[in-house]
Design a protein around this ligand. Structure first.
Ligand code: MTE
Ligand code: MO
Length: 476
């Protein structure tokens, strides 16, 4: 081992395609797996680690942790890394007292779109592996530093402001956990999911999310309708429910957002004050100890680190409700935009994405002349996914995917649907070697994704739900 050359992280990073050769690291070892990659039992999934460490992937794909696999890996060893643990350079300590000094540890596979605040999505090739997204791989979208909350001191204030009366009540964690526990499967999707595709048409402002700013989880907590009813709140279409988080901006304003009271009071709306995510206590990044889960509604309204709920006659006056997360015409630009004229996004439109194969992946056509494509689909407002259609010939022929989804009534179907499709590849296509796969989903209202981003482009890059198109390479 010692005689082998030493490489830097940058050296490894440069070797991330078959053309430049595929290097990976494991511990301090550097390995060239270019020749092995085509024979990898997990297919091109190994390319997710190209130019990077495989350790975090192996922590999830446990089948690798055997002597045979480790011995096989050693045969590809070409050298050693020059620094310990060097591949993750983000452990630079923040000085004490900095608002960033108390950020939680994150899984190495969450690829940051920004580090402060922390925003990251998992590798797209892993997203459709499991119906319930593992908590540590669930995308994180923070606008501010993560607050540190002592559960013994945690308080949630509920203010009900009606024209003729006002009431206040404070709950501690125990109060909320003693209420009847309600569980709902809900996908949470950022309004900017897939923004990186829209910005290619014409630049938009915002974090460059791929299709991974979404995850699906089982959320448990107290139902907001129970809490509000206990306070005597009656249905009233004019009212809103404002949520505030414990994360403060530099002017000491909390993150905030609101939803219509009608959603909050509807037992079929399944809004919960959640303290569990996939049967685990919420992690700090996902809102410990309590967050609002507003199923079917854009991520921004699912307020984390919830400290205050206000029932009142106006929407939240926060930046995120008023001047962000709204849609506009493709012809509206930063000189003409008037945020007060557009409605805040609530229910999200239908969308889907191809997770495997990944862009530029080499795909083998199987003995039946097909390739297998897998991904997710979801629609807001509790609408079930009715169908996902795939094409490999720009829409001349379409193939219907098989859906994996919960069996819940339409209007109350808040989880995502995973899908698998077998796409026949013609002899002509096989000669071409390059191919583009398109996916479009149809929801229970027969809403369908728009074909092109050109016609739905908007300056903030939200609601980016055009057909998902992925270019792959074919190999025999
Ligand atoms: N809540 C608070 N308090 N602060 C935030 O920055 N971000 C929102 C929402 N709730 C946010 C928040 C946005 S824009 C999204 S998309 C979701 O949380 C992301 O939830 P996640 O990080 O658990 O995936
Ligand atoms: Mo978001």
């Amino acid at each position: 081992r010692e005689e082998l050359p030493t490489y830097s992280v940058e050296d490894v990073l440069r070797h991330n395609t078959p053309e430049s050769r595929i290097w990976i690291t494991y511990g301090l070892g550097v390995y060239d797996v270019t020749e092995f990659a085509p024979n990898h039992p997990g297919g091109d999934k190994i390319l997710m680690a190209a130019g990077n460490a495989i350790d975090p992937f192996w922590a999830i794909y446990q089948q690798h942790n055997t002597l045979q696999v480790l011995q096989l890996l050693e045969t590809f060893r070409i050298g050693n890394l020059n620094k310990i643990g060097a591949i993750n350079d983000d452990d630079v300590g923040d000085e004490l007292g900095s608002p960033w000094a108390q950020e939680p540890k994150r899984h190495a596979l969450l690829k940051p779109a920004s580090k402060r605040p922390f925003n990251a999505e998992p590798p797209i090739g892993m997203l459709a592996d499991k119906f319930y997204t593992p908590n540590e791989l669930f995308y994180v979208r923070n606008h501010l530093p993560v607050p540190s909350i002592n559960p013994d001191e945690y308080e949630l204030e509920l203010v009900v402001e009606l024209s003729n009366a006002q009431s206040n009540r404070t709950f501690n964690l125990d109060d909320i956990q003693k209420m009847p526990k309600h569980t709902v499967t809900a996908a949470i999707m950022c309004g900017g999911n897939r923004r990186s595709e829209m910005t290619r048409i014409k630049p938009v402002k915002g974090l460059s999310w791929g299709p991974g700013a979404v995850g699906n989880a089982k959320w448990s907590g107290a139902r907001l309708c129970d809490v509000l009813q206990a306070q005597g709140v009656q249905p009233d279409e004019r009212l809103h429910v404002i949520f505030e988080g414990a994360d403060l901006d530099p002017t000491a304003h909390p993150y905030g957002a609101s939803i219509p009271l009608s959603k909050a009071l509807d037992p079929r709306g399944d809004v919960v004050l959640a303290y569990e995510m996939n049967d685990q206590p919420l992690s700090r990044d996902h809102g410990y100890p309590i967050r609002a889960i507003v199923p079917g509604t854009v991520g921004a309204r699912n307020v984390k680190w919830l400290t205050r709920i206000v029932v009142t006659d106006s929407e939240s006056d926060s930046h995120w409700q008023q001047n962000d997360y709204k849609g506009f015409s493709p012809s509206t630009d930063w000189d003409t935009v008037d945020f007060s004229l557009a409605q805040a996004i609530q229910a999200m439109p239908v969308t889907s994405a191809i997770c495997t194969p990944m862009p530029e992946e080499r795909v083998k056509v199987d003995k039946d002349g097909c390739i297998t494509v897998r991904g997710y689909a979801w629609s807001g407002g509790g609408r079930r996914i009715e169908r996902v259609d795939l094409t490999s010939d720009a829409g001349k022929t379409w193939h219907v995917a098989q859906l994996e989804q919960e069996n819940l009534p339409d209007g109350r179907h808040y989880g995502w649907s995973l899908w698998t499709a077998r796409l026949p590849i013609s002899a002509d296509q096989q000669k071409e070697q390059h191919m583009e796969i398109w996916a479009k989903a149809v929801d229970s209202s027969y809403n369908v994704q728009p074909e092109a981003f050109e016609n739905i482009w908007n300056l903030r890059g939200v609601l980016a739900n055009a057909y998902h198109k992925v270019k792959v390479k074919l190999s025999q």
